[in-house]
Structures are given as C-alpha cells and as structure tokens.
Design a protein around this ligand. Structure first.
Ligand code: MF3
Ligand code: CO
Length: 257
C-alpha cells in the first residue's frame, strides 16, 4: 500500500526536506582535495545535532545487513552508492557523491548530489550533467495520473541518448515515516506501465548512472556498491511530493541541484 500524506504530514516533510537541502548545500563547500570522507561525516553529524534532527541512515540495517555506521553515504569515482565515510582523502579529479537523509518530526527527507573535486575530466563532467538532467526529466513527469513507468522511462531516455547506462540493482522509493516505503521507483521503464501517481504520494527519485555498463559489484564492507567494470558513476536524488499542481521538490533549496 502506498501511503498518501495529509497536508499536515506534507508540512513536516517540507521541513525535513529543507533541512536535507540546506545541509547538503553546506557540505558541498567541503568537497576539496585533501579532506577525508570521515571529516565530511563529522560535519554532517554536527549539522544534525545543532538542528535537533535525527539521522535517517545511522544504524539502518535492512535485511540482515551490518548496521550502517555513518549519517551520510560518500561514494567516490567507480563507487555508485552507499560508500562508508572513513580515512580516505579526496583528490583532485575525483567524482564525489554525497547522499544524505534526516528525520524531522517523524518524517524522512533524502537527497543526493554529485560534485567535482577540483578539476574533473570531460567524460566525468558529461556524466554528471547527464545524470542531473535525467533527474529533472524524471521529476517533470511526476504529476497525478502519470505512471511509475513514465517516470523511469523519462530518466532512462535522457541517460541512454548520451551513451551511458542506468543502474538496475538500486531504485528510488516512497518515503515518509520510513526511509523506504512502497512503491519502488526504477530509473528505467516503459511508458504507460506501472501504478498511477496520486496527489499526496511522496517519492525519492534517484538516478544512478554509469559511464560503462549497468552492472554492479558489492565491496567487501557489505555496503559499498561499485560499477562492475570500474567505470565512473554519478547519482542525484530529490524527495518529491506529488501535488494537484504538479511535482513539489521538497529537498531543493535556492542554490542546490
Ligand atoms: N539514500 C539512500 C537510499 O535511499 C541511502 C540509504 S542507505 C543507508 O537508499 F544505509 F545509508 F541508510
Ligand atoms: Co533514497
């Protein structure tokens, strides 16, 4: 069952989304050569504390996975999603993905952004821009009456016309009192297929795009997903409410993606 949010619940989700957007915008400034990914996680923890929020990610343990040990996922270069912050330092030319979520008044917000560290190569720039465009193309379809397949198809078309590939093993999701609620929202699909969107649904749409093939390999930490062929990957995500007047991007703040 897809939970429809009331106007009061949506008001709380707006606040959750705004906090996520503001913190990500703040963390972007740290994405410079030399910083460790643990230092970015530490700043994210400080933001959660001062804003009196809770982390959506810390200790999250779906289906017997080891509890997630940080408040942010930081994935670099060929890593797609769920990279764990640690001692590793960023270098000029790295393609950095920050994925962040918080709980405000019982409701989750979830958003991700891809950032260049210093100067990135032309293909990485193209991959990043294509992924951001595919997110916008997907969001544009998120209106009452449209189907999940219409959203996925819009994302996939934008990606494949540039010769990149969409990850299949991870998908977007409903979001609310839980980080992951039904339905699943694949970044691929056929127009006219799947459930219809209704006003009151809130969905996290999150294209993950590989420069090479779509296949994924899991790293030995049990969390980090990387490209099987070692190619680079990009990820953008927003939490979006479906309203009668169209999509409302809850995690977008002025200056963010
Ligand atoms: N934003 C990611 C998602 O929607 C992160 C969740 S995994 C976690 O799937 F363990 F970090 F929480
Ligand atoms: Co998500």
């Amino acid at each position: 069952m897809i939970q429809l949010k009331s106007l009061q619940e949506l008001e709380k989700m707006r606040e959750a989304g705004r906090h996520v957007g503001e913190v990500l915008l703040h963390l972007r400034k740290l994405a410079e050569p030399g910083i460790s990914t643990a230092e970015i996680d530490a700043e994210a923890r400080r933001q959660i504390r001062t804003r009196e929020l809770e982390s959506s990610f810390l200790d999250y343990a779906p289906g017997g996975a080891p509890p997630y040990p940080a408040v942010i996922c930081i994935s670099v270069n060929d890593e797609i999603v769920h990279g764990i912050p640690g001692k590793r330092r960023l270098h000029d030319g790295d393609l950095l993905k920050l994925d962040f979520g918080v709980i405000f008044a019982g409701f989750h917000g979830d958003s991700a952004v891809t950032l260049p560290v210093g100067e990135i190569d032309e293909e990485s720039r193209h991959l990043l821009e294509t992924t951001r465009r595919s997110l916008d193309a997907g969001i544009a379809t998120m209106k009452p009456g449209q189907r999940l397949g219409d959203v996925g198809h819009a994302v996939q078309r934008e990606v494949e016309k540039e010769g990149f590939s969409v990850v299949r093993d991870f998908v977007g999701h409903g979001i609310g009192r839980a980080l992951h609620e039904p339905p699943q929202l694949p970044n691929f699909g056929k127009p006219g297929r799947g459930q219809r969107l209704k006003a009151g649904m809130v969905l996290a749409i999150e294209p993950m795009v590989n420069a090479g093939g779509h296949e994924v390999r899991m790293k030995s930490d049990g969390w980090t997903a990387a490209t099987a062929d070692g190619s680079r990957s990009s990820h953008f995500e927003h939490t979006v409410a479906i309203t009668e007047s169209g999509p409302e991007v809850l995690t977008r703040v002025p200056g963010s993606h």
